[in-house]
Design a protein around this ligand. Structure first.
Ligand SMILES: [Zn+2]
Ligand SMILES: [Zn+2]
Length: 243
C-alpha cells in the first residue's frame, strides 16, 4: 500500500496546507481517511476525484470533516458529467446529528461505522477502536497484504490503544501537545506519549501527525525519541509512505 499525507495540522491549516487527510492506495483502489480543511484541494494533486472509491471519517470534528460537503458537490458534478458512474460510500459513526448529511441524493452514501465493524474495500481491510476524545472518535487499523498501518485519529493515551497498535508497520499517531501541556488538554496526546505508545506497541515506524499550530515540531520528535528508538518522522504535506 501507499499512504500519502494530504494534511496533518490539528484545528486549522497553515497557508496552502490542510488539516487531517490521508490517501491510502494500491493499483486498483483509492481510499480517503478523514477529509479536513483543504484536503479536497490536496487530494486532486494525487488522484482524480472520480477515482476515489471510499471515504472513512474518524469523527466529526471540523478539522477531520470540513471538506466533506464540497466533496459531495464534486461527486455530484462529476457524475452529471459522466466521469463517475457509482456513488461514493462515506463510512462514519452513525449516532451523530451529522451522519444523515453524509448521504447526498444518489451521489454519496453514509454508511454506519461501529467499533466492531470490519470493512473490506478492494484489497484493504479496516478495523476500529473507540478512542478517548470529547467526541466519539475511531482509531483505524488498515491492513493490506500482511502490512499494517494504525491511525490513532484524535485521542488521549489509553492502554487498549497499545494492543490495537501492536506490531503495526507504521503508527500514524497524533502528537498535538508539547510536554508541558501533557494531561492538561482533554482528548489529545503529547509527542512523548506518542513515543511511549510506539515503543510499547513495538511498531515498525512512527509518524507524528495532527501537529499543533505553535512551537517547534522538532521538539515533538525529540520528546517521542526519549521513549521510541525506531524511525520517527514528522508528517508533512505530500509525504508518501510505501509498505
Ligand atoms: Zn483533530
Ligand atoms: Zn477531534
Amino acid at each position: 500500500m501507499q499512504i500519502t499525507v494530504l494534511g496533518y495540522w490539528g484545528a486549522y491549516p497553515a497557508a496552502g496546507e490542510a488539516t487531517s487527510g490521508y490517501l491510502f492506495q494500491d493499483r486498483n483502489t483509492n481510499i480517503l481517511l478523514d477529509c479536513g480543511s483543504a484536503v479536497l484541494s490536496e487530494l486532486q494533486k494525487h488522484i482524480e476525484i472520480s477515482n476515489l472509491d471510499a471515504v472513512i471519517l474518524s469523527h466529526y470534528h471540523a478539522d477531520h470533516v470540513a471538506d466533506i460537503h464540497c466533496l459531495q458537490y464534486a461527486v455530484m458534478l462529476e457524475s452529471l458529467q459522466h466521469k463517475r458512474d457509482r456513488n461514493l460510500p462515506i463510512y462514519a459513526y452513525s449516532k451523530h446529528s451529522q451522519f444523515e448529511s453524509l448521504t447526498f441524493e444518489d451521489y454519496t452514501e453514509g454508511i454506519a461505522l461501529r467499533e466492531e465493524s470490519e470493512i473490506a474495500i478492494g484489497d484493504f481491510s479496516f478495523s476500529f477502536i473507540k478512542t478517548v476524545h470529547p467526541e466519539i472518535c475511531m482509531a483505524v487499523k488498515i491492513t493490506h497484504y500482511g502490512k499494517t498501518a494504525v491511525y490513532t485519529a484524535d485521542t488521549e493515551y489509553f492502554d487498549k490503544l497499545t494492543d490495537f497498535s501492536r506490531y503495526a508497520d507504521i503508527l500514524l499517531c497524533e502528537a498535538s501537545l508539547y510536554r508541558e501541556y501533557e494531561g492538561k488538554v482533554e482528548g489529545h496526546m503529547s509527542g512523548a506519549q506518542a513515543g511511549k505508545l510506539a515503543a510499547e506497541a513495538d511498531v515498525g515506524a512512527l509518524l507524528l501527525t495532527h501537529l499543533p499550530r505553535y512551537g517547534n515540531h522538532e521538539r515533538l520528535r525529540e520528546e517521542a525519541g526519549e521513549y521510541y528508538r525506531g524511525n520517527i518522522t514528522l508528517a508533512r504535506t505530500a509525504l508518501k509512505i510505501r509498505l
